[in-house]
Ligand binder design. Structure first.
Ligand SMILES: *Cc1c(COP(=O)(O)O)cnc(C)c1O
Length: 439
């Protein structure tokens, strides 16, 4: 049995200090009816709690730690950068270096603006789209998460496509009314919305590979249809690749599916574990951002030298030319992830547990569900009880997964074959526990 005594005490105190004891909701483990381990440190593929437990980490800070924790090259560069001062609020060569590294794998990004979080990137991209098109309405898809800015905390009422209602107290009806929500992967629904309202819509924002309702892949032809509809109506297409960027493929979902968006939001990996995100795209659109243009957006710590350094070092590692005959970094991650996918599918079958397993590059998701999962409704129909048993058994056996099947899990370059074997050994026990609990 896992000993989490110190973590439990720490959590009790934290609850008196922060809402729910945490600074971001999913960390509280409320979904899985247990206390979260409090983390002391992490190295490579492993994460350690204050009770002395070691886990193989597939959360990876919700995606960013693609080269593993405390990678020596990243740590060294950060130490040297800290000696030179931690923030100047003035231009540096580091910002241009990170910009050029990003553009080398995202040719759709001609001009980029660095910000501090994915929330800021999507919020700013939408303001820009509205400023550029002189239109107010936006479309988002149910189950896609784009951070917590007001316009995007909106869900549909009943009906196929409706004007939005707020998803959180504090979001005004007025803001929500400009957000139209549509089911993901439903070509008829988005075609109808665009036929009726297309000429009033500034932008369609989408996770081109959706990772916030579990991992849900776009159906064949779906992203191409979004590109076609937006072009027809003079609406901008925004790919929110904050999660799938550098993961669905090195060049993100846009490279994997061959679709060029007008604007792209990046985050998570781009900062290598420090708070960085960015939005960028077509030069004529981006040049509407202040001070080049009239759409205002700013940030005291944007382009921060430590944050840029972590991003640069991480992107250098993942974009490096491979040794002759070796697969490149993201191909290696994809192959490692595939081993988990195949292993989980085999073990689930052997134990008679119905699952849907999805993979996109180094992203991985599993639903306890007998049926196909392709949108929010089908994802939400997955079995929560089975997930809880699975999650707890994995944790007790040293595997640190996201505490919800509506989160994606991730592979890093630090995960070894031995890690994967240990993970599959734990999964064997976990599927057996799920099978037993469902009898
Ligand atoms: C994580 C995420 C965000 C929000 O980024 P934060 O840095 O948490 O604000 C936005 N969009 C997507 C697709 C994400 O996965």
């Amino acid at each position: 049995m896992l000993n989490l005594t110190k973590s439990a005490e720490a959590f009790a105190e934290a609850k008196t200090l922060m809402p729910g004891g945490v600074n971001s909701p999913v960390r509280s483990y409320a979904n899985v009816d247990c206390n979260p381990p409090f983390i002391s440190h992490a190295k490579g593929s492993k994460i350690y709690d204050i009770d002395g437990n070691e886990y193989i980490d597939y959360v990876l800070s919700w995606g960013p730690m693609v080269v593993g924790h405390a990678h020596p090259a990243v740590v060294k560069a950060l130490q040297e950068a800290a000696e030179r001062g931690t923030s100047y609020g003035a231009p540096t060569l580091l910002e241009s270096e990170l910009a050029k590294l990003v553009m080398s794998v995202y040719p759709s990004i001609e001009v980029i603006r660095m910000v501090n979080s994915g929330t800021e990137a999507t919020m700013s991209a939408l303001r820009l789209a509205r400023g550029y098109t002189h239109r107010d309405k936006i479309v988002k898809f149910i189950g896609c998460y784009h951070g917590h800015s007001d316009s995007l905390l909106v869900k549909a009422g009943s009906g196929l496509a409706t004007f939005g209602v707020p998803d959180s107290p504090g979001v005004t009806k007025g803001v929500a009314a400009d957000t139209i929500t549509v089911p993901y992967n439903d070509i008829d629904a988005i075609t109808r919305v665009m036929d009726e309202h297309g000429d009033e819509i500034a932008a369609i924002i989408v996770e081109p590979v959706a990772g916030n309702m579990g991992l849900v892949l776009p159906k064949q032809g779906y992203l191409a249809k979004l590109r076609e509809l937006t072009e027809k109506h003079g609406t901008l297409l925004i790919f929110d690749e904050v999660m799938c960027g550098f993961r669905a493929s090195l060049g993100g979902a846009q490279a994997a599916y061959g679709i060029t968006p007008d604007l792209t939001c990046l985050g998570k990996i781009i900062g290598g574990g420090l708070p960085v995100a960015a939005y960028g795209g077509r030069r004529d659109i981006m040049n509407c951002v202040a001070p080049a243009g009239p759409v205002y957006q700013a940030g005291t710590l944007s382009g921060n030298p430590l944050a840029m350094t972590a991003g640069i070092e991480t992107l250098k590692i993942i974009t490096a030319e491979p040794e002759p005959g070796e697969p490149d970094y993201s191909r290696k991650l994809t192959l490692q992830t595939k081993k988990l996918v195949l292993g989980f599918e085999r073990l689930a079958k052997e134990n008679g547990v119905a699952v849907q397993v999805h993979q996109a590059g180094s992203m991985f998701g599993m639903f306890f569900n007998e049926n196909d999962v392709y949108d929010y409704a089908t994802s939400a129909a997955s079995d929560q009880q089975k997930f809880k048993v699975w999650f707890k058994t994995m944790l007790e056996n040293g595997i640190y997964l996201a505490p919800s099947q509506f989160e994606t899990i991730f592979m890093s370059g630090a995960h070894t074959d031995d890690d994967i074997d240990k993970t599959l050994a734990a999964a064997e026990k976990a599927f057996a526990a799920v099978a037993k609990a469902s009898k």
